[in-house]
Design a protein around this ligand. Sequence first.
Ligand code: PHE
Length: 398
Amino acid sequence: MGYEAMLKHVLAGLVIFAATTGCTRKTPVAAPSESSDDSHRAQVAMTGDILIGEYGSMTGGEATFGLSTHEGVMMAIDETNEAGGVKGRRLKVIALDNQGKPDEAAAVVTRLITENKVVAVLGEVASGRTLAAAPIAQQHKIPMISPSSTNPQVTEVGDYIFRVCFIDPFQGTAMAKFAHEKLSAKKVAILRDVKSDYSVGLATFFAKTFRQMGGEIVIDQSYQSGEKDFKAQLTQIRSKKPDAIFIPGYYTEVGLIAQQAKQLGIKAPLLGGDGWDSEKLYQIGKDAINGQYFSSHYTTESTDSVVQDFIKNYKAKYGKVPDGLAALGYDAAKVLVSAMERAAELTPKNIRDEIARTKDFAGVTGRITIDGKRNAVKPAVVVKVDGTVNRYVTTITP
Ligand code: PHE
């Protein structure tokens, strides 16, 4: 299926869903009435389709995050259903768009849990939106697995909140090491998005390790997602003559920043984190983004058969190469399915306990073992942008 077709497919799903439950959205949510809520969910848990909620940015400046993740999730769910489902029952995903807004993320997760009675929730990508919605899942004791939110605070929300990716203290260290060891950078500038929990955290973790390694942060500038003109900050940065610039943002702003840095004659390499991962990065940044580096969760150039099979099947289904979000969405859904298969009964509590026991799960993004803090400890890869392809450079292990 082409991208356009897929988009229509996703949107059609959302529209059908909105048509059946849309009107109640603005109703204030009453405190969960434990008994009726639980008995309904218990009933749902025993018969019919197994309902799984998903929330993501299907529209807005980070739309590729939600759309790619959804494709990965649906591939895992379709594979499971084709193989007979879980305990002989089909899985059904209800995916809702939060337009990239934290308050919308909280609203749609409330809906998924209180109205749709899902037994588990997958999402979000951006840490700020997961942080906005996770307290709701925790309060209702519905397990949530974030495929890709890397800010450490996400799983600290409570014992029902998990993730299948590494966290930013590690990702920041990985890029600091890369800058120091592979690029021999001594002076680095930082340009962070102060509206994003992810960006602020990653910038801070990077700076800490880079300084510990003897490097210097010569300037620390900021912007706010949604902005389009970064010339003032870049001019300041240029005056400090850094060896590299660390920009832990999301692809839309990063693409524009790369363009404007080039226009200002900045030659220092640009470095970033997983938030760069999008087919749109090159469309927006064009040749200004070529040759720049970012840390990521997986590489399409891996020779691992799990990775190559995934890419082959994904291409057959969607007609394009999966990005890291798709791979993590697939892994998150598979970890959930595996926990459901092991659970004695499909209650949120049983599912939670089995997710917590996940050990050595062979994911596309590496082996997944959920640790005592409900995180996954995994290596990161550094890739170099080369047109629409991200070339593998090196692996950094925890
Ligand atoms: N790690 C980012 C965050 O926490 C989200 C992200 C993951 C974006 C992977 C792109 C790829 O906000």
